[in-house]
Design a protein around this ligand. Structure first.
Ligand code: AMP
Length: 606
């Protein structure tokens, strides 16, 4: 049977899964199923993907790209080293790494995939995702919504009909969906969301807080330096995660800036309470979406049987509290919030491949699609009236046709502008494409034109306009941004990604550096000994950094029980050690590690 991969292409992390033995399993490398959605180039221009790329972000942000999902569907490029890449190309690199990981784990080629997207991704964003798949050498057999995928990991045969609420808060997007599961049929009743709200925004708020406090204290704006900025971003993200399990945390970064030729360290305490005050307004926005989804599904809170928390940011305790109080009962994660979407994508892939996994999916469109017409709005004639053709929450696939008329006599052509959204005025909605039907019959108005919308299971729309009198589909000129973009970029992009991967595939994913070192061991210029000694030095350096990392963890535990003077001395040494790690100075790491070890030994003994 052919292999179809299930892929969660996330803002922060991505995963790949397949169905084996009737169950979805995640494919991992060295036991870790998570691939950070980060792409980089090392100083020699070699490709880095996943953890290796994420680890170099702090020191080399100009050679690293992260959170590219937020730019999918936009006609932009992002710089990476001295080159620039489209969002599709960057996503394609992540997908290609997942494909290779899967092929290695399965021992056979994998050419097809189901890829998940936020329910609220629009046409361009979905097309861009499909294109990224193609550039990665994958045929994208289906694009499914992330919350829908999460529901597929649940038992499709509950003893009684169940209604599930999926609250999906990832790095960059938020979705809430309500599903009904009964006798193997999973039906999505409603979906709402915000494509630009997620854990990254929490990081930004914390970043702003810390940098303004730092500026007040030291008169230095950390936002002015790219390296300081990226170091601080990584530090606040880690602090944010710690605040999910600890009431207070200290953000520490040695030598983050310089003043009068002297290094300045960052050391700032943040309480969970302060952090929660920062993010509460954003979480309140998610509750508004939740209310809308409940209203669309015609349900009250007490009619929800289960709540599924999906996405890493749902580990935030305030999410549990706010959701619990809105739903009138405690809320907790039943599944790994990071992994459910990929597993659900694998279930969908299994269903397409004809594997018995026991669920039939009825998905919906979470937004209304229609065209712009002349009409009357609030008593006045307006050229911006939105005429819905496929209403929000319509089950997929959906086909709807509406009749429209020309307004001018002998009108030769009509422009069809397609919008997505819920506003009565098209200026409130998103333009997703437009085309002109040309060569209409030479007749007085009204001349009828049928506009047909076909929305497929991927949420991708095809529009056809037909002149009713002649029965012929007239020349349709699609003037879609993605279409133009695609033609221009596709051919070159394929060759470029292929050449980047030539060398990466040989090195293999497992050559990634250990997590948490903040280092890319294969990058060269700062390591002593010159290029000819790099390989040897690297392995020693790798071991030294790993040991130093463990030592820092141990020192942190000892420090909490130490006398203030001893703790301060230890902190100073740890700052030196981190700096030596950042400089990749093997001698210094060894020397300072030995000193730290002595102090830790002394403190443990007391
Ligand atoms: P996802 O897109 O589902 O991988 O979610 C990634 C987001 O979850 C990022 O913003 C992470 O910083 C955030 N995240 C991961 N772990 C935690 C945690 N323990 N507490 C709070 N946020 C987290």
């Amino acid at each position: 049977m052919e292999v179809i991969l299930g892929i969660d292409l996330g803002t922060t992390n991505s995963e790949v899964a397949v169905v084996q033995g009737g169950r979805p399993i995640l494919l991992s490398d060295d036991g870790d199923p998570i691939v950070p959605s980060v792409v980089g180039l090392d100083p020699a221009g070699r490709l880095l993907v996943g953890r290796a790329a994420r680890n170099q972000f702090v020191m080399s942000p100009e050679r690293t790209v992260r959170s590219i999902k937020r730019k999918m569907g936009q006609d932009v490029t992002v710089p990476l080293g001295d080159q620039s890449f489209t969002p599709q190309e960057i996503s394609a690199i992540v997908l290609r790494a997942l494909k290779e990981r899967a092929e290695k784990a399965l021992g056979r080629p994998a050419a097809k995939a189901v890829i998940t997207v936020p329910a609220f991704f629009n046409e361009s964003q979905r097309e861009a995702t499909r294109e990224a798949g193609e550039l990665a050498g994958l045929e994208v057999v289906r694009i499914i919504n992330e919350p829908t995928a999460a529901v597929l990991t649940y038992d499709p045969h509950p003893p009684e009909m169940e209604r599930l609420l999926v609250y999906d808060l990832g790095g960059g997007t938020f979705d809430v969906s309500i599903a009904q599961v009964e006798q193997g049929v999973v039906e999505i009743l409603s979906s709402h969301g915000d494509t630009s709200l997620g854990g990254d925004d929490f990081d930004q708020l914390l970043f702003d807080l810390v940098s303004s406090r730092f500026e007040t204290e030291h008169g230095i704006d950390l936002r002015g330096s790219l390296v300081a900025r990226s170091r601080l971003f990584s530090a606040v993200e880690e602090a944010k995660k710690r605040l999910s399990s600890e009431p207070v945390t200290v953000i520490e970064e040695a030598f983050i800036a310089e003043k009068d030729g002297m290094p300045v360290n960052l050391s700032m305490e943040i309480t969970r309470e302060e952090y929660e005050r920062l993010i509460e307004p954003l979480l309140t926005r998610t509750l508004k979406c939740l209310d809308d989804a409940m209203e669309d599904a015609h349900l009250q809170a007490q009619q929800i049987d289960k709540v599924l928390l999906v996405g890493g940011a749902t580990r935030t305790p305030l999410v549990h509290r706010l959701l619990g109080s809105r739903l009138g009962r405690p809320v907790h994660s039943e599944i790994e919030p990071d992994l459910a979407v990929a597993m659900g994508a694998a279930v969908q892939a299994g269903l397409i491949a004809g594997i018995e996994v026991g669920a039939v999916l009825v998905d919906i469109t979470p937004y209304t699609l229609g065209i712009e017409v002349l009409g009357v709005q609030a008593g006045f004639e307006s050229e911006y009236c939105f005429s819905p053709i496929i209403e929000r929450n319509t089950p997929l696939p959906a086909t709807r046709t509406e009749i429209y008329s020309t307004t001018a006599d002998y009108q030769k052509e009509a422009r069809i502008r397609i919008f997505q959204g819920e506003g009565e005025d098209t200026r409130l909605n998103a333009l997703v494409g437009e085309f002109i039907i040309q060569g209409l019959a030479d007749v007085p108005a009204p001349n009828q034109v049928l506009v047909r919308f076909d929305l497929d299971l991927n949420g991708i729309l095809r529009v056809t306009a037909t002149e009713r009198a002649t029965g012929l589909v007239r020349q349709v000129v699609i003037d879609n941004m993605m279409e133009r973009f695609r033609k221009r970029m596709h051919a070159g992009a394929l060759a470029r990604i292929e050449s980047l991967f030539d060398e990466w595939s040989e090195r293999g994913e497992s050559q990634e550096t250990p997590e948490g070192t903040g280092e890319v061991l294969e990058s060269g210029p700062m390591v002593g000994g010159g290029p000819s000694h790099l390989a040897e030095d690297d392995s020693e350096l790798r071991d030294a950094i790993r040991e130093a990392d463990a030592l820092i963890g141990k020192a942190g535990r000892v420090e909490s029980g130490a006398h203030a003077d001893d703790a301060a001395e230890l902190q100073g040494l740890l700052a030196d050690l981190r700096s030596a790690m950042a400089r990749r100075s093997l001698d210094d790491i060894r020397r300072i590690s030995a000193e730290v070890e002595n102090v830790v030994f002394y403190l443990e003994d007391r």
